[in-house]
Design a binder for this molecule. Structure first.
Ligand code: NAD
Ligand code: TDX
Length: 333
């Protein structure tokens, strides 16, 4: 039996991680700490047996107390949306950098273990005609305030490993989709646009490529790293969807939902072109493989399940919809 402290456990990936943990490891004790920002929702954990603390990961006394009770801290909490980081970067610096620093200091004091959840965006982007994939050795080259603060947080973790002997692993994952994802993000925004009778919105030409992965495949990888990962190591996570551009994704959503079409809107400033992850290390060393890998896009089954979830959870997304769309409309998006 382990005690897991999950930061950001009321957000998209964190709450899916908690649900998976409860199902697959019922004997574990799960503590969740979450600030419940606009992106966190206590309802994401409804019905799960967890000890929940509403609090900020920048609160050193709180983190010291909670980290001290855990065998391992699984650190998901972050400001996570690129578009928001272009409007107001400050919370990204606070949570992603100062928050991670605060956790590192608590883990250092208690001498227990940390898994830090990070992103493919730390590597920057590839050009559309560049067939390369990011490996764990690819140099960092982040583009946005979001990815720069995530890159900084990874560097902090590595420095604490090297300088203080901290027992930590890092994972860098590609774009996730699935239930409980905030409707500001690409896929749930389009699904809920269609459900709300609005037109889906594609930034620019839609040629950009994201290496989409279902959230359960990401979280299964995190669990494997907790079980078999080696301290001090980094693992890339990706499901080999790096041939699918945004236009193809929006067209597939329209097809699956019988929607007539979509419109092009203003592009994101500094828009990253292509992300592609090489997850060979995770596959060969830890034996991971994604489950959502069917058909030519590798996304049909996962999208079907995700669309169905938003269809049956209108009470979850409807209250935020108007405000989110108003924010986008003000930016011509
Ligand atoms: P999210 O925005 O849905 O959830 C973030 C959660 O963190 C929310 O519940 C929020 O309330 C909480 N939080 C924010 N600031 C906090 C603070 N100061 N103290 C405590 N809690 C705080 O994000 P997500 O998409 O679930 O991402 C989770 C993690 O995974 C992040 O670290 C992100 O960088 C990483 N990641 C995300 C993706 C993706 O596609 N969404 C891909 C790779 C990695
Ligand atoms: O309405 C939209 N239309 C559109 O074309 C939105 C919201 C987005 N897009 C495009 C921009 C991106 O090319 O879709 C792509 C995906 O956009 P987001 O969902 O905002 O994701 P992205 O910026 O790629 O970052 C995501 O993946 C990596 C997560 O938000 C990050 O937290 C994660 O680290």
């Amino acid at each position: 039996m382990r005690t897991l402290l999950v930061t950001g456990g009321a957000g998209f990936i964190g709450s899916n991680f908690v649900h998976m943990t409860r199902e697959r490891y019922p004997e574990d004790h799960v503590i969740v700490v979450d600030k419940l920002t606009y992106a966190g929702n206590r309802a994401n954990l409804a019905g799960t047996d967890v000890e929940f603390f509403e609090g900020d990961i920048c609160d050193a006394a709180l983190m010291d107390r909670l980290v001290g009770r855990a065998d391992v801290t699984v650190h998901f909490a972050a400001e996570s949306h690129n578009d928001n980081s272009l409007r107001d970067p400050r919370p990204f610096v606070d949570t992603n950098l100062v928050g991670t620093f605060t956790i590192l200091e608590a883990v250092r004091r208690h001498g227990n273990r940390l898994h830090h959840v990070s992103t493919d965006e730390v590597f920057g982007d590839l050009s559309l005609d560049d067939p390369k994939r990011f490996t764990e050795e690819t140099p960092y080259n982040p583009s946005s305030p979001y990815s720069a603060t995530k890159a900084g947080s990874d560097h902090l973790v590595r420095a604490w490993v090297r300088s203080f002997g901290l027992r930590a692993t890092i994972s860098n994952c590609s774009n996730n989709y699935g239930p409980y994802q905030h409707i500001e993000k690409f896929i749930p925004r389009q699904i809920t646009n269609i459900l709300a009778g609005q037109t889906p919105k594609l930034y620019g030409t839609g040629e950009q490529v994201r290496d989409w992965i279902h959230v359960d495949d990401h979280n299964a990888a995190v669990h494997l790293i907790l079980e078999r990962g080696r301290d001090g190591e980094t693992y890339n996570i990706g499901a080999d969807n790096d041939h699918v551009n945004n236009k193809a994704v929006i067209e597939l959503i329209c097809e699956l939902m019988d929607a007539p079409g979509y419109e092009h809107v203003a592009d994101r400033p500094g828009h990253d072109q292509r992300y592609a992850m090489d997850s060979t290390k995770l596959r060969e060393q830890l034996g991971w493989a994604p489950e959502y890998t069917d058909t030519q896009t590798g996304m049909r089954a996962g999208l079907d399940q995700t669309i169905d979830w938003y269809r049956t959870h209108e009470d979850w997304w409807r209250p935020a919809k108007q405000q989110v769309e108003q924010g986008y409309a003000e930016r011509g998006q």
